[in-house]
Unconditional design. Sequence first.
Length: 308
Amino acid sequence: MQLLREYQEMNPEDHETVQGPPTPLEFMRMLHISRPVLFEKCPLPLQATWTDDYLSTNVGDIRVAVTRDGRADALVDDENGKTYFVEPLEERMPMKELLDRLHKDARTENATDEVVYLQSQNDNLDFATHITDGEFKNIRSDIPPDITWATEALGRDPDAVNIWVGNHRSATSVHCDPYENIYAVVRGTKIFTLFPPTEGWCLQEREYPHARWSRSQEGTLILTPTSQGPVRWSSIRDPTQDLPPTRPIKVVVREGQMLYLPVGWWHYVQQIPGQTGVVIAVNYWYDQEMTGHNWVFRNFLRSLPSVV
């Protein structure tokens, strides 16, 4: 019974919800507990309203992920049934074209065979790299370079600040990140399906050969294997349908809210557009502490599948 109680303590059934941003001391306590927290009435303090017209005027060509099914960095079966870990095709297009395609796809009768999603995840807002002439140079001043209460609590600046722009056709496959994550929704709604580190062994990480989406001579998307080494990835493609023997936590993050997603927590992310048909978010990745018992424990939990 004691072991069961301890397991349940590490594997909570729900997340905490608080009003407004925490103080640095309050957030430091949350970091120590390492459980998801939803901050209501906590909008990202933008200096301008990110309407379609504003973004189209102030953002030029950007790198966009293109896939067949809206799942970038995900498992895909080829025509022979072999499973690959597939990265998206990256293409450049004006921000206006991206927004127009997202709106068009929001009307299902006009949906195309391809899904576009701005999700480059490489500090695309250039705060950590200190690049001043990047793709989003004209809107960087709209965005705070960090979340002050998180920066003060952690004692470091974020390693990356990313902007995400998509619609309901895009989903992020289940995975975990080596970062403390502060995720702010600017437009629309995000749905996070979460699993604590203790449940990682249930998500069936396996090694899969690597591939990318590319274009054929006719211009259609084709799956192209690469010479890159295998990628370790969860075999659960949709944990909302193909549920492993776990107790997932569902967190709905709406416009004007922020989510603290602790390092090592597994997550699957879906999107619900608002009236505009587009979902926009900005997230801040803070590097994890790679020493101490928490780091050792997380690594042990990820090694359990091979032990089992």
